[in-house]
Write a protein that binds this ligand. Structure first.
Ligand code: NYM
Length: 211
């Protein structure tokens, strides 16, 4: 990539088992096959010390107050911001499995106030695109490994889905909603085509922040 051209920040969001991980992997593979520098990332990023606490919480070996774990998820994003900014400015496109919107969706589905949940996310790098894979939570239970981690319950997931729907409506300018039950290849083709249009458009735009 030539000097001064940045990469795009692309986020996949959706309920558990909605296919985000598969689609983000396919997108990274496609971009790399075209010689476009692309890096996969995911939140929570479980290897840092904050990430390890989050992992203990998610695997039910540790209990934390809802507010505390919410702020830890956010801190886990903040601790990666400098590195993400650097990679984007070097021209790498970052394809990220979950971001701030998962933070807001899961915590407000537990009953925490929506605006309170959003507040610590303000100032993080704003995504250029969010690909929201939307599926009725009842469909999701048929997918692999559902129910092993905290939150993987149908009733809870439908509350999470409602918050994602609200975020999608609020942030419509850069959110793209897809039916997650469509075949993997068709979904990938749609996502690939939006991404290919997006990259040259954002390459000369400055990075923005969530507000
Ligand atoms: N999760 C993820 C949150 O509750 N808040 C957040 O900020 C993020 C990024 O972690 N059930 C939840 C959603 C998932 C769980 O994510 C683990 P994954 O993508 O299954 O590793």
């Amino acid at each position: 990539m030539s000097a001064g051209k940045r990469g795009a920040l692309i986020i996949f969001e959706g309920c558990d088992r909605s296919g985000k991980t598969t689609q983000s992997r396919l997108l990274v593979e496609l971009l790399k096959s075209k010689g476009i520098p692309a890096l996969p990332m995911n939140f929570p990023e479980r290897s840092s010390s904050i990430g390890q606490v989050i992992n203990s919480y998610l695997t039910n070996s540790k209990d934390l107050k809802d507010e505390v774990i919410h702020l830890m998820f956010s801190a886990n994003r903040w601790e990666h911001m400098n590195q993400m900014k650097q990679k984007l400015l070097e021209g790498h496109t970052l394809v990220v499995d979950r971001y701030s919107f998962s933070g807001v969706a899961y915590s407000s589905a537990k009953g925490l106030d929506f605006d309170w949940c959003y507040a610590p996310e303000r100032g993080l790098i704003k995504p250029d695109a969010v690909f929201y894979l939307r599926a009725p939570p009842n469909d999701l239970t048929n997918r692999g490994q559902y129910g092993e981690e905290r939150y993987e319950k149908v009733e809870f997931q439908s509350r999470v889905a409602k918050v994602f729907d609200r975020l999608c409506a609020n942030e419509a300018s850069y959110w793209h909603q897809f039916d997650a039950s469509q075949p993997v290849d068709e979904l990938h083709a749609r996502i690939a085509s939006i991404t290919e249009e997006l990259l040259p458009t954002v390459a000369t735009q400055p990075l923005d922040t969530l507000s």
